[in-house]
Design a protein around this ligand. Structure first.
Ligand code: HEC
Length: 138
């Protein structure tokens, strides 16, 4: 009887813990934005926009400016990923840091109109997506 009670307790604790962990991955603790919405509405469009925009050297100041905005928004998203109890573990934190550092370097290169440098730094950004998705995207 005591043993059964232990098993029931352990199953209960494990299921509560895994519910908490998945809640943190899919959404923060208090704010409404889901991770899915952040990905599809903020991170993906800005990442894809930079990828498109760097296929050829940007034509004019306006094109460089638009790329700078996208890089800055991606950088901001790396902070949101870490806010509100959304981060479950070190892999998430490391990928968010890579996104932050990579997008900051992309922005610096864009501001310097360094096309090759921006392309190179963008690889760190796309690497961060892959690293986090491998661990956390079901
Ligand atoms: C720190 C973790 C993390 C990083 C970094 C990250 N993602 Fe995600 N991404 C997720 C998780 C978790 C999901 C699954 C969310 C869900 O379905 O609840 C996801 C889902 C997605 C989706 C699917 C959205 C949908 O509508 O189902 C896209 C697209 C996406 N990510 C793009 C990106 C791109 C592009 C990057 C890099 C610029 C990136 N992600 C970086 C964690 C991350």
């Amino acid at each position: 009887m005591k043993r059964l009670f232990c098993v029931v307790m352990i199953v209960g604790i494990v299921s509560v813990l895994s519910a908490v962990a998945s809640a943190q991955v899919k959404k923060g603790k208090t704010r409404v934005l889901t991770t899915k919405q952040m990905m599809s509405g903020l991170i993906k469009p800005n990442c894809a926009g930079i990828g498109e925009g760097l296929k050829a050297a940007p034509a004019d100041d306006k094109a460089w400016d638009e790329l700078a905005t996208k890089a800055a928004l991606l950088n901001e998203s790396s902070f949101i990923l870490m806010d509100d109890g959304r981060c479950p573990d070190a892999e998430w934190a490391n990928a968010s840091k890579a996104l932050r550092d990579g997008s900051a370097t992309v922005l610096t290169k864009i501001e310097a109109k360094d096309y090759a440098g921006a392309q190179e730094a963008f690889k760190v950004v796309t690497g961060s997506c892959a690293a986090c998705h491998k661990a956390h995207k079901k």
